[in-house]
Design a protein around this ligand. Structure first.
Ligand code: KG4
Ligand code: ZN
Length: 341
């Protein structure tokens, strides 16, 4: 079976082709056109600009994805498109393309959830994942712990009460003038810093629930900067390392605690922040101690991409519990949450 994925929820225009044969998954193409440079001068994503760029890039990205997969649209079995959560005007660009292609070539169309896409980025490289699986989704817009008891069976057991982990990285990076997006910049400079130099708070670490909060940590960095005044490059690195360590301590310790309570068999990390090397290493180490199966997406699938959206489409189609919408009925759901199929 060949699945075409389309993703335009934020600032990456992406189209991918996935092939599933005898239960083996092959990514035939995954074209990602990033708008990072366009939004960087604004210090964050400008929705109108994102929509304009998707409009401009979708057709060439779509063509390139088919070309690289060496396939014609006629040979595709299924189209899977992100309908939310994300920026409404950006999401419509992908949906409109998906609808017109589905109608022209008479293909089935699957409505896919972006967060489920991040979860399923782990299924791109492994079909050995055992349920129940605990997902730590950490992106620019979300931070959630999602218990998964089977394909399409999700339960949110914790989430951020304010900023997402990626958002905190982006905001702290802006404060110390590291530019946008902040995650990669902070983690890079943190390699040269001392994570014990500044004692920053670990919000909600000792609470009994599995929720998170990162805005207090961000404010703590702001006060620290006020106290310090002018800072050297070394201090910047120390702040970055101390901040990164605080975020990772909370994320990892809460995930491990939940993994024990819910007696899961696997831990899966995903989302843009899952590119963070120290987070990957720390969570993997802790999961190993519990002898749990551990998975994290290959680096090129940590950020937004259409391959993971195609993967959701495949499993939704395979597990027919899902009711396929009429392609005309497909609409954006900008605040969509993970939901049982
Ligand atoms: O999943 P994603 O690409 O987009 C959303 O769905 O939000 O996540 C983007 C987020 C940004 O906040 C970015 O700063 C963060 O992922 N990020 C990182 C790293 N690489 C990207 N955060 C920490 N460390 C990284 N290496
Ligand atoms: Zn994302």
């Amino acid at each position: 079976m060949k699945i075409l994925g389309i993703e335009t929820s934020c600032d990456e225009t992406s189209v991918a082709v996935l092939e599933v044969k005898n239960n083996k998954i092959k990514i035939l193409s995954n074209i990602v056109s990033s708008q990072v440079k366009i939004h960087a001068p604004f210090g964050g994503i400008v929705p109108g600009l994102a929509a304009r760029e998707h409009e401009k890039n979708l057709a060439p990205v779509f063509k390139k994805a088919l070309k690289e997969a060496e396939l014609k649209m006629e040979e595709i079995d299924l189209i899977s498109v992100t309908i939310g959560p994300g920026l409404e005007i950006a999401l419509w660009k992908g949906i409109n393309l998906a609808k017109s292609v589905a109608q022209e070539f008479k293909k089935s169309l699957i409505a896919a959830n972006h967060l489920e896409g991040h979860i399923y980025s782990n299924f791109l490289n492994s079909n050995k994942i055992k349920f129940p699986a605990l997902n730590l989704i950490v992106s620019g817009g979300h931070t959630q712990l999602v218990l998964m008891t089977g394909h399409g069976e999700f339960k949110i057991i914790g989430e951020t009460q304010d900023d997402a982990a990626g958002e905190a990285f982006d905001k702290v990076a802006r404060m110390i003038k590291l530019g946008y997006p902040g995650g990669p910049a902070i983690s890079k400079i943190a390699e040269k810093g001392d994570s014990k130099k500044f004692n920053l708070p670990r919000p909600m670490l000792n609470q009994k629930n599995y929720n998170f909060s990162f805005s207090g940590l961000k404010t703590a960095v702001l006060y620290l900067l006020k106290d310090l005044g002018e800072i050297s490059k070394k201090t910047k690195a120390d702040i970055s390392a101390s901040f990164q360590q605080a975020v990772i301590d909370v994320l990892v310790q809460k995930t491990i605690k939940a993994a024990k309570e819910y007696r899961v068999k696997s831990i899966l990390l995903s989302g843009g922040v899952s590119a963070n090397k120290l987070l990957r290493k720390t969570l993997q180490k802790e999961a190993k101690k519990l002898k749990l199966f551990y998975s994290q997406p290959n680096l090129q699938y940590t950020g937004d991409n259409a391959a993971m959206m195609a993967m959701v489409g495949y499993y939704k189609f395979k597990y027919k519990k899902y009711e396929m919408p009429n392609s005309e009925d497909l609409i954006v759901d900008a605040n969509l949450s993970v939901k049982n199929w």
